[in-house]
Design a protein around this ligand. Structure first.
Ligand code: AMP
Length: 409
């Protein structure tokens, strides 16, 4: 039997907000983390997005912040601006009747406006590491009253090169505080950080053996490069997605697909790193509210974001690596809802496809003819005339490329 929020000793204003939102039972991650967090223990949670981890962090934060103290009391570090906004939205509705004020700071947005908002008093601050440090150096922002420090997607922050920034933030918090660290994986650097900065943390592992939710089905379709767009239109026609994201691997590809698709469908927008932050924020919010049906996107839309209405993910370009596949397809089938991922595969993709299927333990379903992957792989090697040595180094590059670091976004 799942635990109900009403069984917890939460502020009545929070219980009211949860009831209005329709949250009755705790999700497994909430069930496992709340007792420790509310008891003031440090915590490491290995959990995927889509498990309810934003609220797992936001509810205890709102519970613990004192609305009468006009200082930052909870600090949440996240790798991207989009995640920062998602957190601030979540904290804001949970805190709506409590008087707790939340705000997000991130790069690409006026620092002066952020400074003036901070000067008016913010109690739960969500931040990307770089902008937080700029503000610590260049504004009166201080962290002396922070009692809750949350690092979300810690592995992704390290991938993006934020290790020294994170260590700097830890070093600013010499007073007593609790730390919650959420991460999808546990690389050595995170183990080291935890040993150094967390006090006797409780470690919670969720769903590690299950790479993707069972409500998500994985479909693949073999295509010829010159028929790619027609095939996509056919698939859209057959599937009639209530809401879909079409992932492309480059900004240029994203723009091209958007130009084609907007001639064929009514509600289409595109999102990539070349758009200014205000535009991106407004697009994410509109997509989340289902004001937009189809979103053509680069991997910028693939991490951590919660789009609960999205029924279909189309990989118009094959993701660069297995991890990117998981992040893209994780935008659908959230919280046990049904979702479908459809990946368009060209013959040049076979080797990367093999790796995506193997690492993510996916049993593919094929629309139309199923290619003979082993034969296609052999043929590709023969065609390219690569030596074994070259093939091995090619594989190394593939593994080391990370979507978050690619300029093409
Ligand atoms: P997240 O993993 O934080 O991105 O959350 C995934 C989705 O679960 C979001 O749509 C949340 O609004 C929703 N959610 C989180 N906690 C609960 C809950 N206890 N009951 C129902 N929905 C929830």
């Amino acid at each position: 039997m799942p635990v109900k929020f009403t069984e917890l000793d939460l502020k009545p204003e929070i219980l009211n907000a949860l009831k209005k939102k329709g949250y009755a039972d705790l999700t497994p991650i909430q069930e496992q983390t709340f007792p420790h967090v509310l008891a003031g223990k440090d915590l490491i949670a290995l959990a995927q997005t889509g498990s309810g981890k934003t609220a797992a962090c936001a509810i205890p934060v709102v519970q613990s912040v004192d609305p009468s103290l006009n200082e930052v009391q909870a600090l949440i570090l996240v790798p991207t601006r989009e995640l920062a906004l998602q957190y601030v939205d979540e904290i804001s509705w949970i805190a709506a009747e409590t008087g707790v004020r939340a705000f997000a700071v991130y790069g690409g947005f006026s620092m002066e406006i952020q400074k003036s908002k901070l000067a008016h008093g913010v109690q739960a601050l969500v931040a990307t590491p770089g902008r937080l440090i700029d503000l610590l150096y260049n504004s009166p922002l201080r962290l002396a009253d922070v009692r809750y420090f949350v690092l979300d997607e810690a592995d992704e922050m390290l991938n993006q090169g934020f290790l020294s920034d994170i260590e700097f933030v830890f070093s600013c918090m010499v007073h007593k505080h609790h730390t919650m660290l959420f991460s999808a994986t546990m690389p050595d650097e995170i183990k080291r950080l935890s040993r150094h900065y967390l006090k006797d943390p409780v470690v919670i592992e969720l769903n590690l053996e299950q790479k993707a939710p069972s409500s998500l089905s994985h479909w693949f379709v073999q295509i010829q490069p010159h028929h790619r767009f027609e095939k996509l239109l056919e698939l859209i026609d057959a599937e009639k997605p209530a809401q879909a994201i079409f992932f492309c691997s480059s900004r240029n590809g994203c723009e091209k697909l958007y130009d084609h698709l907007k001639k064929k469908a009514k509600s289409v927008e595109q999102i990539h790193g070349g758009l200014d932050q205000n535009k991106r924020t407004s697009l994410f919010r509109r997509f989340k509210k289902l004001d937009i049906q189809y979103l053509v996107a680069t991997d910028i839309a693939s991490r951590g974001l919660d789009f609960s209405h999205t029924t279909h993910i189309f990989n118009y370009d094959l993701p660069h690596n297995p991890e990117a596949y998981t992040h893209r397809t994780g935008r659908t089938a959230r919280m046990g809802r049904e979702g479908k991922a459809i990946t368009l595969v060209m013959s040049k993709d076979v080797r990367n496809l093999g790796s995506i299927l193997r690492v993510n333990r996916i049993e593919p379903q094929w629309i139309g003819e199923k290619p003979d992957l082993a034969a296609a792989k052999k043929k590709k090697h023969a065609d390219s005339g690569q030596s074994g040595q070259n093939r091995r180094s090619g594989r190394r590059n593939f593994r080391h490329r990370h979507p978050a670091k690619q300029k093409s976004e």
